[in-house]
Design a protein around this ligand. Structure first.
Ligand code: FAD
Length: 408
């Protein structure tokens, strides 16, 4: 097990500086344009692929970094550049991690390369779990997967919503219920290969922020996928269902709690995205406060402004520490006995919302216009308290974990 450290090693510093350079030189200058266009920034993804940032190798390297700091460091730098573009670059990773975590070696080798494509022909992937009536309550999803034994095929029917890269992805990973009695324990994940008939993009959403990231409905109408597309394989699924049925007899509520806890490990990564956006807005506000003159002196000369900046920086650093701790714990298999993953996401995402709003205030009229980036950063920051579990759901997970009570 790696010791927890707050110091990046030389290799990590080199990667951080390289990512920062890409974020500053390629992502940041393109941010306003793609925010206005509300389209996937394919040329930027392609640039990221050319230099090796958009690739499984890069994420695997960070993901398996034993210090746990690889992913949060990478997320912070890319999202410092711009949240919408960065999500377009790392969104495929969400689907890839789903396959890495649950797939067989053959599935990993077959599908993950098709998720990314290559620098001359980049592709993206989508992870489709949420549904119109199943957001926070993931256990209640209605998409069904039925096994057709004669053909060794699974048939998927349902509607997914708010899927990042939904409908434009080469490969979709779809979560569906195979046993509706078991809540989330009766769910399984399926690969839907490129060009599979029956999968179509529904509505593409116009959003408040992260507008360079594509978000859409995905409609599954009699989608047939081969048995080999069930992640982990049928034997493993059957064993898991049998165990879940046994446990369900001794207490359904425990099942639901366990399901909520499974997302804990991925939450520090979202926390790190929030830290990146918050840091970006804070830096703009600090620079502005030092140069903007009112009443014959820089506005930072007023404690009312300077103290806001002191609080902003303190909260950003505190958020980063919570994120790094949780990420280190997750990588080193330390149990989240106090829901540390949820804590990190809750604090970092609320900090990003608050800090970006303060940044607008410090920039005054300029902060409210699209001439300055803090207005966009504030719109972007609002997503962090919503996706990968809302702030209320994080508090629920933390409170349940701390108390051991089925708090509602
Ligand atoms: C831009 C964007 C990208 C997304 N990308 C993806 C993706 O790639 N794949 C995917 O599967 N999903 C994705 N999502 C969906 C996202 O994960 C859900 O929106 C999120 O989980 C919240 O679900 P909901 O919107 O249905 O809100 P609801 O669950 O309807 O919640 C509404 C409000 O009620 C509160 N609430 C609900 N239950 C409780 C409770 N028990 N106690 C207290 N408060 C409660 C919530 O906190 C929230 O404030 C994305 C969403 C957005 C907006």
């Amino acid at each position: 097990m790696a010791e927890f450290t707050m110091e990046l090693n030389d290799e990590q510093k080199e990667v951080r500086d390289w990512l920062h350079g890409f974020a500053a030189d390629v992502i940041r200058p393109a941010a306003a344009e793609w925010d206005e266009r509300e389209e996937t920034p394919w040329p930027v993804i392609q640039e990221a692929a050319k230099v090796g940032i958009y690739s499984l190798d890069f994420y695997a390297q960070q993901y398996f970094d034993p210090t746990g700091l690889g992913i949060p460091m990478a997320m912070e730098e890319l999202f410092w550049g711009d949240a919408g573009i960065a999500l377009s670059i790392v969104g495929t990773g969400l689907a890839a991690v789903g396959v890495l975590a649950n797939g067989t070696e053959e599935q990993i080798g077959t599908w993950i390369p098709q998720m990314y494509g290559d620098a001359s022909d980049v592709k993206v992937a989508a992870f489709c779990s949420s549904e119109p009536d199943a957001g926070s309550d993931v256990a209640s999803l209605r998409t069904r997967a039925v096994y057709d034994e004669a053909k060794d095929e699974w048939v998927l029917n349902g509607t997914k919503t708010w899927a990042t890269n939904g409908g434009i992805a080469n490969v979709h990973v779809v979560v569906a219920a195979v046993d509706t009695e078991l809540g989330s324990k009766g769910h399984a994940s399926f690969i839907v290969p490129p060009g599979t008939p029956g999968l179509a993009q529904g509505q593409k959403f116009k959003k408040h922020g992260i507008r360079a990231s594509h978000t859409a409905e995905v409609v599954l109408d009699g989608v047939r996928v081969p048995g080999s597309c069930l992640l982990g394989g049928k034997e493993k699924l059957d064993e898991r269902l049998a165990r879940a049925r046994e446990r369900a007899k001794s207490g359904g509520e425990r099942l639901k709690n366990a399901a909520m806890a499974t997302f804990e490990a991925s939450r520090p990564a979202v926390g790190a995205m929030a830290v990146g956006t918050a840091r970006a807005a804070y830096e703009v506000a600090l620079d502005y406060a030092k140069t903007r003159q009112q009443f014959g002196r820089p506005i930072i000369d007023n404690q009312g402004v300077a103290f806001q900046l002191a609080d902003m920086r303190t909260q950003i650093d505190a958020a980063r520490l919570l994120v790094w701790r949780a990420s280190w714990m997750a990588v080193n298999g330390k149990p989240f006995t106090a829901a540390e993953g949820s804590m990190s996401k809750l604090y970092a995402s609320e900090t990003a919302k608050k800090v970006t709003a303060q940044a607008i205030q410090i920039l005054g009229g300029n902060g409210y216009t699209r001439e300055y980036p803090v207005e966009r950063m504030h719109r972007d920051a609002a997503i962090y308290t919503i996706f990968e579990g809302t702030s209320e759901i994080q508090r629920l997970v933390i409170a349940r974990t701390l108390s051991g009570m089925p708090i509602r």
